[in-house]
Design a protein around this ligand. Structure first.
Ligand SMILES: [Zn+2]
Length: 253
């Protein structure tokens, strides 16, 4: 492949890559609000989950206390029954004292259960609010997405097409040239090729030696801009499809 043809193709590749960058940037920017709203909705969902877990733990505590209470009440029933049968005064008094203690334990358990129930009720109130907040955040995220959905789909489609044509161009060029171009592009905001316009590098506005401009235009050298090192392509070359045509058209004015 002639150098001139390589340069022309490279210029087109560079053009495509700049467009790809632009599409990717747009794909970051366009759905930003929708993505933020989605993150916000996810945070609200976590708040609901936290409350749900808290409720589950409290309810488990309540159940355990209920079970204890049941056991202590059974004891009390048995002890009361036994009390009726005891005739000995001292034994009677001793058991009555134990029953008193047991009643205090039962009272404490009943209190604990009431406390848990109150806490669960409070959690339920918080949960209802948190669920409303989450639903609103979700609706908001959906609204934001519906605003940009079409644009995002279009951008994704365009990006896909550009990527396909980039592959085509990359495959049509010598690997070494593509590698060189990529290295420069990585350092130079994605732009590895610069057009010579007049006698100036259009990427960094450096005035170039006329001899260099002429050689690039003739397609005999693969040179980088002395200032920004981007591979130089003459703008005249990019106006026709092939270097042969450029040469037939005659020297640039
Ligand atoms: Zn330059």
């Amino acid at each position: 492949m002639e150098i001139a043809e390589q340069l022309t193709k490279l210029a087109e590749l560079s053009n495509i890559e700049l467009k790809i960058r632009d599409k990717r940037d747009r794909l970051e920017v366009v759905p930003k609000l929708a993505k933020d709203a989605e993150d916000e909705a996810a945070t609200k969902a976590t708040a609901v989950e936290v409350l749900d877990r808290k409720r589950f733990d409290k309810d488990r505590e309540r159940q355990a206390k209920e079970k204890d209470l049941q056991g202590e009440r059974d004891h009390l029933r048995k002890w009361n029954a036994r009390l009726d049968k005891i005739r000995d005064d001292r034994e009677h008094a001793a058991l009555q004292s134990e029953i008193g203690t047991l009643k205090r334990v039962i009272g404490r358990l009943e209190n604990d259960i009431l406390e848990r129930m109150q806490e669960i009720e409070d959690i339920d109130k918080d949960m209802a609010k948190a669920k409303d907040v989450h639903a609103a955040a979700q609706t908001h995220a959906q609204e934001e997405w519906s605003k940009v959905q079409e644009e995002v789909a279009t951008l994704e489609g365009e990006l896909k097409e550009l990527e396909a044509s980039r592959t085509k161009f990359t495959e049509g060029l010598p690997a070494a040239l593509v590698n060189r171009y990529r290295k420069i592009a990585d350092k130079r905001q994605g732009q590895g090729v610069a057009l010579i316009k007049g006698e100036t590098c259009s990427a960094c506005n450096t005035v170039l030696p006329p001899q260099l401009c002429l050689q690039v235009w003739k397609g005999v050298v693969l040179e980088g801009c002395p200032s920004c090192s981007r591979i130089l392509v003459h703008e005249e070359m990019t106006r026709s499809t092939t270097a042969e045509q450029a040469q037939q058209d005659g020297a640039p004015a």
